[in-house]
Design a protein around this ligand. Structure first.
Ligand SMILES: NC(=O)c1ccc[n+]([C@@H]2O[C@H](COP(=O)([O-])OP(=O)(O)OC[C@H]3O[C@@H](n4cnc5c(N)ncnc54)[C@H](O)[C@@H]3O)[C@@H](O)[C@H]2O)c1
Ligand SMILES: O=C(O)C1=N[C@H](C(=O)O)CCC1
Length: 250
């Protein structure tokens, strides 16, 4: 498969390594220094594009892929409110996109069990729930896209939580957690040097706590999942998520 990499940072570089190990060919690499090379002609040399850049550049990259009719795998987080337009465009114009807030197999298993657990916890309303996420200090967005997917899973299933709210601990959050309403789900974000991504769901009662946690040891799982998505999307048209690709069932 011929692959275009849009955003050649921490993720782009690992994706290149994993894709070439899997015998794919990188035919285009775009970063800030060569944005002028992101042309329809160059994109059409690829069977698929993999996009991990920044919240400010991802939409232009997706639009360029749509224009070139090249399927695009999107991992960039922190850009919300545009998904419906992109889904509509895929449906109307026969273009292809797969977005995931997190491409790792482990996190997608976590997403699945998180929803099952939240549904179960409706029977035990004396537990309150909170989501915590820790990432490296270069991360531009908070909360993490993964934490948002986890929180949406809980809000969908747990009757007493209606919406999520976020506190970034570096903002000085002394006492802020006390302002959260009972029907709001708190996502607490922490930024600590070199942490690839840790997510914890905590159900807390007066007598005990239940902690459900995923720890990424490095970025390889995210990158492998993105390459697997690029392989999976070949020959498909429309808008997809990681859920379509993993399709977990018991
Ligand atoms: N979905 C997932 O599984 C997953 C996993 C890890 C990271 N991410 C997300 O992916 C994104 C990238 O993460 P990263 O760790 O590689 O970040 P990074 O900062 O290391 O890399 C981003 C790259 O984008 C480049 N860039 C900036 N403007 C550009 C432009 N106009 N055109 C092309 N490239 C441009 C930067 O120069 C940089 O090299 C972030 O949004 C992050 O949250 C998602
Ligand atoms: O390093 C990042 O940035 C990550 N971003 C994704 C998110 O926002 O959830 C996935 C984990 C790593």
């Amino acid at each position: 498969m011929k692959i275009a990499i849009l955003g050649y940072g921490k993720m782009g570089k690992i994706i290149e390594k994993i894709a070439t190990d899997r015998k794919h060919e990188i035919v285009l690499k775009i970063d800030v220094t060569n944005q002028d090379e992101l042309t329809t002609e160059n994109l059409q040399k690829a069977d698929v594009a993999i996009e991990f850049s920044t919240p400010g550049t991802v939409l232009d990259h997706i639009d360029a892929c749509f224009k070139a009719k090249v399927p695009v795998i999107v991992g960039t987080t922190g850009w919300y409110g545009h998904l419906q337009r992109l889904k509509d465009e895929c449906e109307q114009n026969g273009t292809t996109m797969l977005y995931a807030s997190n491409f790792s197999v482990g996190v997608n298993i976590f997403f699945h069990i998180n929803k099952m657990l939240a549904k179960l916890m409706n029977n035990y309303p004396y537990y309150d729930v909170q989501v915590e996420e820790i990432h490296h200090t270069q991360k531009l967005d908070s909360p993490s896209g993964t934490a948002i997917t986890i929180a949406e899973g809980i809000v969908d299933e747990l009757d007493n939580k209606k919406e999520w709210v976020n506190i970034l601990s570096t903002d000085g959050t002394e006492g802020l957690a006390d302002t959260i309403k009972a029907d709001q789900l708190l996502i607490e974000s922490f930024r600590i040097e070199n942490v690839p991504g840790t997510h914890t769901v905590v159900y807390d009662s007066e007598v005990d706590s239940i902690e459900f946690k995923h720890t990424a040891h490095n970025r390889n799982g995210f990158a492998l999942g993105a390459v697997l998505a690029a392989e999976w999307v070949q020959g498909k048209k429309g808008f997809y998520s990681a859920k379509d690709m993993f399709n977990f069932s018991l």
